[in-house]
Design a protein around this ligand. Sequence first.
Ligand code: SF4
Ligand code: SF4
Length: 135
Amino acid sequence: MSKRRVVLTFPPSLVELPITYRLVKDFDLKINIMRAHISPKEEGKLVLEVEDGSTEQVEAGLRFLEEQGIRVTRLSKEIKWDQESCVHCGACTAVCLSQALYMSPDWELDFDPNKCIVCELCVTACPLQILEATF
Ligand code: SF4
Ligand code: SF4
């Protein structure tokens, strides 16, 4: 099983292109849309998790997108959180738009790596510098 998290940036002329449909139908990929910013006449952005049985199939799908003029940024980093040192101040949650970092009902910080889009905004937001982007 191969899984890639990618950011797709596309010009206004390609906003109408049925990207996820083509990836599912032509390349037999499973797509999870994590974030989307698409509006007519503007550059669009999609954060996708692309999954399949083989790396070749995922890469073929991503190459197809690049051939259409879409910029594909592969996210190869992940966020590490030093949970032991955390003081649960919540500063990192204010910048985490995907809500991967969130306060639990008892006001302790929790982290869902599956929602993380590795934007790295939390890395600089943490006063204790205990959030780190690693390869
Ligand atoms: S890098 Fe940090 S701020 Fe960005 S999505 Fe991941 S946890 Fe949230
Ligand atoms: S900003 Fe740092 S110390 Fe504060 S809750 Fe987030 S990880 Fe913990």
